[in-house]
Ligand binder design. Structure first.
Ligand code: SAM
Length: 228
């Protein structure tokens, strides 16, 4: 009864999900924690030019940091999302594009690049794997923070949220990307080393990294501070 009332209130505030948000659903708590950790490590969030590579309506976490950064550009493939993105992220530059095509032609560089991909096999791609080994670095300034979403362990809670992650083709692509046998349970250290390899092979350094829980469905943020 109380939960459904709160959900209705959140709905009136433009939110449809309850967990993971501050009261009235204005801020995404895991993203607030991520921003706190960046500041603790000396990153001046207010000086960052940021790119959100997969935008949807921005309500998941983009609205939480969009007002804190110096500038924000958002890419999204679905034209129907344009009006919501413009409403939810006033002042941001919204581009309705295929992000994989845009990243190949963009000449812009950013200080913060956030990759909040659709999960699993989607539109001919798989998670964010096709942004590696090289494409992602095309939009990174010499000093850059990359924030990705990763799923170390696919468990029952993960599959309740993302049943498509049991697809054998998805699991095979995931195993190949991270170089593991067991795609359902990848040690966090192995995940970090996979991205460190991409960073170093691109001629950059991994200055530091951290993982942070993003959701009860097993999704983490992986944050990589890279430099050239
Ligand atoms: C998980 S949602 C992003 C949520 C968003 N970051 C937020 O804060 O609300 C993933 C989005 O990626 C979009 N997408 C999927 N493939 C894409 C592509 N190739 N280019 C651009 N956007 C794409 C989907 O349409 C979807 O809206």
């Amino acid at each position: 009864m109380v939960t459904s009332l709160v959900k209705r209130l959140l709905g009136l505030c433009g939110r449809t999900r309850l967990r993971g948000y501050t009261v009235f659903g204005q801020k995404h708590i895991p993203m607030l924690r991520l921003l706190d950790e960046l500041r603790r490590r000396g990153v001046r969030v207010e000086d960052l030019d940021a790119l959100e590579i997969f935008g949807r309506d921005g309500l998941d976490h983009t609205t939480t940091y969009g007002g804190d950064v110096r500038s924000l550009e958002v890419w999204e493939i679905d034209e129907d999302r344009r009006a919501e993105l413009e409403k939810n992220l006033p002042g941001a530059s919204i581009k309705i594009v295929d992000s994989y095509e845009e990243i190949a032609r963009s000449s812009k560089r950013f200080d913060l690049v956030v990759v909040d991909n659709a999960m699993g096999l989607y539109g001919g791609h798989c998670d964010h794997f096709d942004l590696f080994p090289e494409a992602i670095f095309r939009v990174a300034r010499d000093e850059c923070v990359l924030a990705l979403i990763v799923i170390p362990r696919i468990d029952a809670a993960t599959l309740r949220h993302f049943p498509e992650l049991s697809d054998p083709e998805y699991l095979a692509r995931r195993a190949a990307f991270y170089g593991v046998e067991d795609a359902a349970d990848i040690p966090r250290g192995r995940i970090v080393e996979t991205y460190r390899g991409f960073v170093e092979r691109s001629g950059r350094r991994l200055d530091w990294s951290f993982l942070m829980k993003r959701s009860g469905a097993g999704v983490d943020y992986l944050v990589l501070k890279i430099s050239k």
